[in-house]
Design a protein around this ligand. Structure first.
Ligand code: E4P
Length: 215
């Protein structure tokens, strides 16, 4: 499973990418607004830090505007994947952009029927938001399982990008469900490596080794 960082903060991306395990980055208008800087400049900086797909979202809500924005975003760098919301106008734009060879991440997906339409429109990936479903007492991970099954049944090439991840267990379940990509906040990525028994075990190994030297 590919691991992406879900942030527009270049410091976090730089730190996360230094391990060499980050495959891509997702941003959205809220994450970009939080940084308060030029969108294009930020995208270029991110593209130079991570050599993988970098999602950048359009803000238009009519297909013509989305298509124009999408083309402009795609021109910024070869790694840009254009993010388009899962509304009828977004699907129209996806079909057009995909036909032009531009990779599209269809975002704000909350149902299997939406995901089916995204695949039919030629999306490069679809982003089901599992945390936001969990927030309203729905089973976000069940949506991932359903989409993976549907895509496998018909051999759709659209990848399932598990989004709105809140904790490491979401990452585990995304991998078990066969999600192709999992994007997560930097704080969640940092938690993936941690286990208290690893720290306790290492401490004891080193203490025993030190003790041997003194004998
Ligand atoms: C996906 O690409 C979105 O940026 C993101 O995962 C949304 O997460 P949130 O529900 O934590 O805002």
């Amino acid at each position: 499973m590919k691991l992406y960082l879900d942030t527009a903060n270049v410091k976090e991306i730089q730190e996360g990418a230094s391990l060499g395990l980050i495959d891509g980055v997702t941003t959205n208008p809220s994450l970009v607004a939080k940084e308060g800087r030029s969108f294009k400049e930020m995208l270029l900086e991110i593209c130079n830090m991570v050599d993988g797909p970098i999602s950048a979202e359009v803000v238009g809500i009519e297909s013509e505007g989305m298509i124009k924005e999408g083309r402009d975003l795609a021109k910024i760098h070869k790694n840009i994947v254009v993010k388009v919301p899962l509304i009828p106008e977004g699907l129209r734009a996806t079909k057009k952009l995909a036909a032009e060879g531009i990779r599209v991440n269809v975002t704000l997906c909350f149902s299997p029927t939406q995901a089916l339409l995204a695949a039919k429109a030629g999306a490069w990936c679809v982003s089901p938001f599992i945390g936001r479903l969990d927030d309203v007492s729905s089973d976000g991970m069940e949506l991932i399982r359903q989409i993976v099954t549907i895509y496998n049944n018909y051999d759709y090439k659209t990848q399932v990008l598990v989004a709105s991840v809140r904790h490491p267990q979401h990452v585990v379940e995304a991998a078990l469900a066969g999600g192709h990509i999992c994007t997560m906040p930097y704080a969640v990525f940092q938690q993936l490596v941690k286990h208290p028994l690893t720290d306790i075990g290492l401490k004891k190994f080193l203490a025993d080794w030190d003790g041997m030297g003194k004998k």
